[in-house]
Design a protein around this ligand. Structure first.
Ligand code: PLP
Length: 400
């Protein structure tokens, strides 16, 4: 067996389909965010960061992490069961539970792991579990449900009629769980959580909501889409990340005590891996407490997103009219998407192309995300550069 050829042939297919991933190597310089350096001479503005509120660069968060590093050392020293539970992990879990108004919460090493291991473990807990999963759910949800081998039904994205059609056809006595996101990562649209809650109650299903792109960002205190829609108490399991609005890394679920204790006691992705470094827990705790009392930052983010949408509209650049801070500029072709991204980088703007399988083919896009640190002037400069590149590319392809 020629192993080299085996892997290279796969890579060649990916390259042929224009899906090969080129990483842009950036030198982040804390206080300069959203600028970063490409090399000693060139600076770029980042337009695709998930550090949505700049907390990864918040000097108070950084100082807290430095102090925790000095006090507690680099790593946690083990799994949660074997010396990897510190006061900082416990304090952070209490803070998360309070934020989401749940009895308890549980930390994981990423949002991906939180979804995958929780859903797999729940799906294996009873022979008749049935998942109802939104068609646009994230890979971590899809893989978690798949690995559980439980029965699953995929309902059309945000389509309540389709969800109810599935629910109506299922046996009433079997355990069911509706799984959705509150803000969809690639389209930036919100789930109709009020309606989903109504259906979950009507059909006695548990409700699991991935709040990864909403925690810290929506709701009075940053509790996410559930808080924004005033239905947080009706969501049975809230899943979130510490890697986006909270600026560091790690994931969690928040729920009633019985759910948390069950996952804590049985989920392989929680039990068999080293816990987060204490300094990360300290940084996340600080960012979460800070953001609970900063509605003005959430308001600023929304103003900046609106400014970007207005300017794109004026420049006649097609984008999906998302109501959130995630603005997808649909290019619809992998090669063109890559060209636009490369040309923008040359002009000091960094936005990564998003291709299949992250999004369906023919919907390749530039996924623009704003932060309160992106000024109106930066937005103007981005739209002006994009407008010129867009015209040239469309011209080159002979389109109107
Ligand atoms: N859920 C959704 C909807 C996501 O978009 C992502 C990642 O972007 C995750 C989960 C995984 O979160 P993390 O980056 O913390 O692993």
């Amino acid at each position: 067996m020629d192993y080299d050829s085996l892997f290279l042939s796969h890579i060649q297919t990916i390259k042929d389909e224009e899906r090969y991933r080129w990483f842009v190597n950036l030198y982040h310089q804390g206080e300069e965010f959203p600028y970063a350096r490409l090399d000693t001479k060139r600076r770029v503005i980042i337009w695709c960061s998930n550090d949505y509120l700049g907390q990864g660069q918040n000097p108070h968060v950084i100082r807290t992490m430095q102090d925790a590093l000095a006090d507690h050392g680099g790593g946690s020293g083990g799994t949660r069961n074997i010396s990897g539970t510190t006061n900082l992990h416990v304090d952070l879990e209490q803070e998360i539970a309070q934020l989401h108004k749940k009895e308890a919460s549980l930390l994981f090493t990423s949002g991906y792991v939180a979804n995958e291991t929780t859903l797999t473990t729940i799906g294996r807990s009873h022979p008749h579990w049935i998942f109802l999963s939104d068609a646009s759910n994230h890979a971590s949800i899809i893989h978690g449900i798949r690995a559980s081998h439980a029965q699953k039904h995929i309902f059309r994205h945000n389509d309540m009629k389709d969800l109810e059609r599935h629910l109506r056809a299922l046996p009433t006595q079997h355990p069911k769980m509706i799984v959705c996101e509150s803000v969809y990562s690639m389209d930036g649209d919100f789930a109709p959580l009020e309606d989903i809650v109504t259906l979950a109650k009507r059909y006695n299903a548990l409700l699991y909501v991935d709040e990864v792109h909403a925690v810290g960002l929506y709701g009075n205190e940053g509790g996410g889409g559930g808080e924004r829609a005033h239905v947080m108490e009706h969501i049975d399991i809230i899943q979130g990340t510490l890697a986006k609005a909270f600026g560091v890394m790690g994931g969690y679920i928040a729920a009633q005590q019985s759910v948390i204790d069950f996952i804590r006691s049985t989920a392989p992705g929680f039990i068999f891996t080293t816990s987060l470094p204490p300094a990360i827990a300290a940084g996340a705790l600080h960012a979460m407490q800070f953001l609970r009392h900063r509605p003005q930052l959430r308001a600023q983010l929304s103003q900046r997103a609106d400014a970007m949408k207005r300017q794109l509209q004026t420049a006649r650049i097609p984008f999906s009219p998302s109501p959130s801070h995630i603005i997808p500029i649909i290019v619809g072709d992998a090669q063109r998407c890559r060209h636009i991204s490369d040309a923008l980088l040359q002009q000091g703007h960094y936005v990564q192309p998003v291709n299949y399988p992250t999004v369906p083919k023919k919907t390749e896009r530039l996924r623009v995300t704003l932060t309160p640190l992106h000024s109106e002037e930066m937005i103007r400069s981005f739209v002006s550069a994009l407008q010129k590149i867009w015209r040239n590319i469309i011209h080159a392809h002979g389109e109107q």
